[in-house]
Design a protein around this ligand. Structure first.
Ligand SMILES: [Fe+2]
Length: 299
């Protein structure tokens, strides 16, 4: 049993079967499971052999007392567990989706009348355990004009900017446990990823130590998906990516720097941020009201 309390901010643990142990009163303990069969449309090799279950989504976790604090802000807290390994050489990943805009159309809830309808909901991720590669791409309609591979480890946060779709890859030798805050009510848009069989790049396990390419945590080998027009992949660390836009910088400060200032030995859990300072997450529900420093992707 792996205790995740310190990094998660909630008394969670991971059992030997890679299932999350959720305490009573902290929300839904039964995950939505993404199976290999459901993942086939998104894989480089749709006929791949591999584990039957690839990741587990625990949606809407949170202590009931804490919900009084963040609930009025219209956000939700989820935790996802992604198994380690590869299927036909491709590192295990999430399916990938875009988010709608807060327009009341297109699957998005109407939030604030008058807001722009071309700025989709962002999302913020925090790594609880393991390592993550966030593969972000804009251009839901015409294909990406920008693509990023953002590398993050436990304690780091990654903001998915408006109009960027996202896939999470587990590049490490162990399970990846990650948290996210997101607007509570929209439905994600999976079609563009299914139509092109995944994101604009694939990441494959390299040929290093133990089957993983050299480096401490294991790095994969990226290859462009031929079903997309060519787009360069900008590979960045989590802090470098956070510095690209003001909400990302604020979030980094809130988790990494304020955590240190408040006397913690490590970073502040993302859960704690949403419970104690939910107003800092308002960019999740009203993205059009924020300056994104040019990082709002093309629709
Ligand atoms: Fe998302």
């Amino acid at each position: 049993m792996l205790d995740l309390t310190v990094t998660a901010g909630l008394p969670l643990a991971l059992d030997g079967g890679l299932r999350l142990v959720v305490p009573p009163g902290a929300g839904n303990e039964r995950p939505a499971v993404r199976t290999l069969g459901e993942m086939r449309p998104y894989l480089a090799d749709p006929d791949a052999h591999g584990p039957a279950e690839m990741y587990f989504m625990y949606r809407d976790l949170g202590r009931s007392a804490d919900r009084d604090a963040y609930g009025p802000f219209g956000v939700r807290f989820d935790v996802t567990v992604i198994i380690p390994g590869a299927v036909s050489g491709e590192l295990v990943k999430t399916a990938g989706h875009y988010h709608p805009a807060p327009s009341g159309q297109d699957g998005g809830p109407a939030t604030t009348p008058g807001d722009r309808v071309d700025v989709s909901f962002p999302e913020v991720y925090g790594v609880i355990h393991g390592r993550a590669h966030y593969l972000l791409q804009d251009g839901r309609v015409d294909g990406p004009s920008r693509a990023f591979l953002v590398e993050a480890e436990a304690g780091e946060v990654v903001l998915v900017p408006p109009n960027f779709g996202h896939v999470t890859i587990n590049p490490g030798p162990g399970p990846l446990v990650m948290a996210n805050w997101v607007e509570a009510s929209f439905a994600s848009v999976y079609g563009p990823y299914a139509e092109r069989r995944g994101a604009c790049y694939y990441e494959f396990a390299g040929a290093g130590e133990g089957g993983w390419v050299g480096g401490k945590g294991g790095e994969g080998r990226v290859e462009p998906n031929p079903r997309y027009p060519a787009v360069p992949l900008e590979r960045l660390s989590a802090p470098t990516f956070a510095a690209l836009c003001p909400p990302g910088e604020d979030l980094w400060r809130a988790v990494k720097l304020d955590g240190r200032a408040s006397g913690r030995s490590g970073p502040r859990p993302l859960y704690d941020l949403g419970v104690t300072e939910p107003q800092r997450l308002t960019f999740l529900t009203r993205p059009a009201a924020y300056d994104w420093g040019g990082l709002v992707g093309r629709r």
